[in-house]
Design a protein around this ligand. Structure first.
Ligand SMILES: Nc1nc2c(ncn2[C@@H]2O[C@H](COP(=O)(O)OP(=O)(O)OP(=O)(O)O)[C@@H](O)[C@H]2O)c(=O)[nH]1
Ligand SMILES: [Mg+2]
Length: 570
């Protein structure tokens, strides 16, 4: 993000803090937003009940921690963050924050609430040492709030509105899912710069009735949905993920691998009939000497599709525990999801944080209107429509819509150049990371010329010309960041075209399992992986002034009267 955006939004928040100096509630909320700029990106994990949210969070963290259940199996808004040690803190709307006892287990931890009254707790923050959450924190939108379906939908809608970005889990992208995502695009800020949503086709191992090729079927369905005009404008991408298989890959133990290997060593003609259903798998006459308890445990760990997949992968040569674990993670879709999180969300984290700060500012201005607030509103609108980072996000969202009508090839180029595939120069130019800076500059200059021509052509529509102007600015700022011909010698040490990219969390070369949470032997390291120099340590700890309190008044935004700024980009 341009430094300008962050500074403009902070400036606006400071101004608002001064204007609202007589309102303790508004000032504490605004201060909270100001402090957020140094914290990790807040990604909401939302979706219908039982869509696999907690399992996916565990898979991302590489540990069994979610869900945190309190009295009567109720769950509350729970944050998962990187931290120096396993810990949990409960927050309530009245009273101080309390440390909650945690019990470590082989594969993770459990928040132990047996001894404690919990009906006052409205939010919990769980910390766990994991690099996977170095740049993001995850929050699960609770679906069992005891309320009716509408209540659940309202809770999810609020979480979608307030997060920096969203992983929305769905098994089939039904009408109610799409309604929620459409609602999340309402309001002053969201109608101009839509929320950044990755649609996760969850429980991918069950797609197509859990048959052998369910992961393949998942990928096909994801492609169809991505092309569906009802879905495409609502999300950045559609990624099929089998959270259960991903988690199994991340936690696969030696005894589990041994049992799966014994099955894979059995001729298919003898084994396959027993892998058709869970009943047969745990029933009598199983042709491999793996006892029924172990088979039960494997089912819980992997699901029947996962067991079949594991046996097939071992036969195909993934015959070490670490090799099988890595391949399960890859096939589950988790690797692709992490890449998408990195490319679409982490790389744009400052713009996304600035966006959600504006959502919060808008809510404050609405809940406590004043004459001076009008000036702030006008400035907010200006930032929304005039900031190039926001224009890029807005153009990306508008591309599939009816107004722009670029042909397929041009639309793909616009998508790339404004950072739809990633914000580094190679991704924008659609070339390999190994391409030299000289070539990047040449390609960038060519793209710039082409789009300058388009931006000035009287033969194209006004909307296309406006879009072309945004593309031109994207090309210009990309070129400005690349070393120019005279500087090439000094920049020889740039190993690749990505340049310095502090936001990247993902190991570009390795499998997930090599990426830090598992050691060489694949066992979880208990703590000690937290990078003390990482983002988290720079950020302030969350204060007690919780801004996500779902019972809190200020989050009750009235979006019905919101109008997009008159100059809204599309
Ligand atoms: N086969 C299969 N089952 C899964 C998968 N992910 C989750 N499940 C199962 O689905 C059930 C619900 O999973 P959760 O991860 O708790 O789902 P959730 O969305 O967090 O559920 P709520 O918070 O209660 O709404 C559990 O029994 C999981 O084992 C998956 O990828 N494949
Ligand atoms: Mg859950």
């Amino acid at each position: 993000m341009s430094r300008g955006l962050s500074e403009s939004v902070r400036g606006l928040l400071n101004e608002a803090t001064y204007l609202y100096r007589d309102s303790p509630r508004a000032t504490s909320r605004l201060r909270r937003q100001l402090s957020r700029f140094t914290e990790p990106l807040r990604i909401a994990v939302a979706g219908p009940p039982r869509s696999g949210k907690s399992t996916l969070i565990n898979a991302i963290m590489g540990a069994e921690i979610a869900p945190v259940e309190i009295a009567d199996g109720r769950s509350v808004l729970t944050w998962y963050e990187d931290g120096p040690e396993a810990a949990a803190t409960g927050y309530s709307s009245a009273g101080p924050a309390v440390e909650l006892p945690v019990v470590r287990s082989a594969g993770g931890m459990r928040v132990d609430l047996a001894e404690r009254r919990t009906d006052d707790i409205s939010e919990i923050i769980v910390t766990w040492p994991t690099r996977a959450l170095r740049h993001v924190s995850l929050v699960e939108a609770p679906t069992d709030t005891g309320s009716d379906k509408d209540g659940r939908m309202r809770t999810t809608a609020k979480v979608l509105r307030n997060a920096d970005a969203v992983l929305y889990l769905t098994r089939d992208a039904r009408g109610s899912d799409l309604d929620l995502l459409r609602q999340a695009q309402e309001g002053l800020v969201a109608s101009t710069v839509p929320p950044q949503v990755i649609l996760v086709l969850s429980r991918a191992d069950e797609i197509g009735g859990g048959q052998m090729d369910s992961f393949l079927a998942g990928r096909q369905l994801a492609r169809q949905l991505q092309r569906n005009p009802a879905v495409d404008p609502l999300c950045l991408s559609v990624v099929p993920v089998g959270g259960l298989v991903a988690l199994a890959g991340r936690l696969l133990s030696e005894p589990e691998f041994t049992a799966l290997s014994a099955m894979a060593a059995t001729p298919r003609g003898e084994l396959d009939a027993f892998l058709l259903s869970t009943d047969r798998f745990v029933g009598a006459g199983f042709p491999v000497s793996v006892d029924v308890e172990t088979r039960q445990a494997l089912l819980e760990r992997l699901g029947i599709s996962g067991v079949r997949l594991a046996a097939t992968l071992i036969r195909a040569g993934n015959d070490t525990r670490a090799g099988l674990a890595a391949e399960l993670v890859r096939r589950s879709g988790l690797t692709e999801l992490r890449e998408s999180i990195s490319r679409y969300l982490v790389d744009r984290r400052e713009a996304l944080m600035a966006r959600s700060a504006l959502v919060a500012l808008d809510a404050t201005l609405r809940s406590e209107p004043s004459r001076t607030a009008r000036k702030l509103h006008a400035e907010m609108e200006r930032i929304l429509v005039a900031t190039h980072d926001f224009q890029e996000l807005s153009l990306l969202a508008a591309l599939p819509g009816p107004r722009l009508r670029f042909d397929e090839e041009e639309a793909a180029e616009v998508y790339r150049l404004v950072g739809g595939n990633g914000t580094d120069p190679a991704a924008r130019l659609g070339v390999d990371y190994a391409v030299s800076n000289r070539e990047l500059v040449t390609l960038g200059a060519e793209a710039l010329r082409r789009w300058q021509h388009k931006a000035e052509s009287p033969l194209v529509s006004l909307d296309q010309r406006r879009a072309a102007r945004i593309v031109v600015r994207s090309c210009e700022s990309m070129l400005a960041r690349l070393p120019q011909p005279g500087d090439w010698d000094q920049h020889r040490d740039w190993g690749d075209s990505r340049g310095p990219d502090p936001g990247r969390d993902l190991d570009q070369t390795g499998q997930w399992s090599q990426g830090g949470d598992l050691d060489e032997t694949g066992q979880r390291r208990q703590g000690g992986e937290w990078d003390q120099t990482g983002q988290w340590s720079q950020g302030g700890r969350r204060t007690q002034d919780r801004d996500w309190d779902l019972t809190g008044e200020w989050i009750r935004e009235d979006t019905s009267s919101d109008a997009a700024p008159k100059t809204a980009t599309w």
